[in-house]
Design a protein. Structure first.
Length: 534
């Protein structure tokens, strides 16, 4: 017997659907029959609804959509009409069945990652009348079922299978995935966004614990704080700047990465005592304000010693002074920059020089060591990532950084070996996170190992969502891992191409650790194995 969804005939089934339901019950296993299927989807960026009276699934035949129509059917001058007690109405059941079939296949492809080719056919069942011959060019006899077919449903459905040449294969796991879409067993639940809010509360409490521990170093004037990814360095750097400015101190808060620097600048835009931004952006302003010439298009090598020397001259001859220098991403700074920035402190004996660093994130300066003496402090608790994400992050370097924060969903891994594979997985993942999980688009980010992948994805539409650059409104941000360093997102999709060189491991470490709540990794199978995910 076929497996029916729902398992018994609903009391609100229409008079035309009731006999069809009972007939389809007689189909042999492994047919699965879904009655009164409805769905909502975003197709090509637009909201769309779909419904079908019956959907049949068979692992060796594919999918069949059947519309059940009661009353009398008339065709006049090529136009279809249905007549019942309520009158005569224009209707084309075959056009409706065709549209439902295509819409349903599209919905399943959008929402089930890696769904293979799905053979599909359709038919219309008139349980109350007898039909002989073709009804129209779009309604050949083979796809028309009538009153007589109620007594021979197996033959009738086999005729549909042969008419549409439905002889493909649907692997068992995808039969189950389709079943979950058409007949979900959970109808009311927390969305992912609800779960994210609960985790945030726990993570904020942990960050506050870190801040209180760091407060014990307030008497030290030269401090370097080490901490792995997720230990709260960036949060604590901003908090220290905020507290110092509240006490009337002038503060410079700077970093290496431009996106992180822009985030700092936005955060302190209304605070006149805090000068915030990336070191490259601030250096341009300081050098220009001091009356010195900043090169129009500096070469990469200029940003090492030449930039540091010019910046030192700007502070020596210019008017800019501060009471505190706070540096995030210190492992990416050239040695000369530290010396120059320290020169901006007005009172060398009383001023604060605070640096946050992580040697394992030194993707620009391998084997980095601080070029100055300072009191050292170590953050040893991962307070950004859930426990499940922290475990994966730790595997990259074999660290054992404790994460006593919050539990969340296990990281996902999708094995792909082509850009087309990446695109297919992205559609399904974004649909689950944003359309179903209700996570806002500005809290989801896609990170790529290489810029070419980022450039290819910018402007692309997936699951009705547009992919854009950081800061673009109403888009899912796409950025390279190295430019997103220091930032974070509730849900992070990391696209890795390889895991071979030291820099590859550093980028994987940075990328994976950006996720606060949900982590998705899309990569070749061997990368998944190396990360313990494949």
């Amino acid at each position: 017997m076929a497996t029916m969804f729902p398992g018994r005939l609903p009391g609100n089934a229409s008079p035309s659907e009731k006999p069809v339901y009972r007939a389809l019950e007689q189909l042999p296993d492994p047919w699965r029959v879904f009655h009164s299927v409805a769905w909502q989807s975003l197709r090509k960026g637009r909201q769309g609804d779909g419904e079908a009276d019956f959907v049949l699934i068979h692992p060796r035949h594919g999918l069949i959509v059947i519309e059940a129509k009661g009353g009398s059917i008339h065709i006049r001058d090529g136009e279809w009409f249905s007549s019942n007690k309520k009158g005569t109405h224009p209707i084309d059941p075959f056009e409706q069945a065709t549209a439902s079939k295509h819409a349903l296949v599209g919905y399943l492809r959008d929402t089930i990652p890696e769904l293979p080719w799905l053979d599909a056919g359709h038919g219309v069942w008139f349980p109350g009348i007898t039909v002989s011959g073709d009804l129209s060019a779009a309604a050949p006899e083979e796809i028309v079922l009538d009153h007589n077919d109620l007594n021979r449903p197996v033959v009738a459905i086999n005729d549909l299978v042969n008419r549409w040449n439905l002889h493909g294969t649907i692997p068992d796991e995808f039969v189950e995935a389709i079943t979950k879409r058409l007949a979900p067993t959970v109808t009311i639940r927390h969305t992912l966004a609800d779960d994210v809010a609960e985790v945030h509360a726990r993570q904020l409490a942990l960050t506050e614990t870190q801040r209180l521990a760091l407060a014990g170093l307030r008497r030290a004037r030269r401090v370097i704080v080490y901490g792995g990814a997720g230990t709260g360095k960036t949060v604590l750097a901003a908090e220290r700047a905020r507290r110092l400015s509240a006490d009337g101190f002038r503060v410079v808060l700077t970093c290496f990465n431009r996106p992180l620097g822009d985030a700092f600048a936005d955060e302190f835009s209304d605070n006149d005592l805090v000068t915030a931004g990336s070191v490259h952006h601030l250096a341009n302003s300081w050098i220009t304000d001091a009356g010195l010439t900043f090169p129009e298009d500096p070469e990469p090598g200029w940003w090492d010693d030449p930039a540091g020397e010019l910046l030192l001259e700007a502070f020596t001859t210019g008017d800019f002074r501060t009471d505190a220098i706070i540096i995030d991403e210190g492992q990416d700074f050239d040695d000369s920059w530290f010396m120059a920035l320290e020169a901006a402190i007005d009172n060398q004996d009383e001023g604060l020089f605070l640096v946050f660093a992580d040697r394992q994130q030194a993707i620009y300066r391998e084997n980095w060591e601080p070029p100055f003496d300072a009191v050292e402090y170590t953050l040893d608790l991962n307070c950004r990532n859930t426990n499940q994400i922290a475990e994966v992050v730790a595997r990259v370097y074999g660290d054992d950084l404790p994460a006593r924060g919050a539990d969340g969903p296990g990281p996902e891994f999708h094995a792909v070996e082509s850009p087309e594979g990446v695109d297919k997985v992205l559609r399904g993942v974004l649909h689950r996170l944003v359309n179903e999980g209700a996570i806002p688009v500005d809290r989801v980010v896609i990170l790529t190992q290489y810029r070419e992948t980022k450039d290819r994805l910018i402007g692309w539409t997936a699951a009705g969502l547009t992919l854009g650059a950081i800061g673009d409104e109403d888009t899912v941000a796409v950025e390279t891992i190295h430019r997103f360093k220091g930032l974070e997102a509730d849900a992070t999709i990391v696209i890795l191409d390889r895991l071979e060189k030291v820099r590859d491991h550093a980028l994987a470490y940075i990328g994976l650790s950006r996720a606060r709540f949900h982590l998705v990794v899309i990569a070749p199978p061997n990368v998944g194995v190396a990360l313990g995910l494949g």
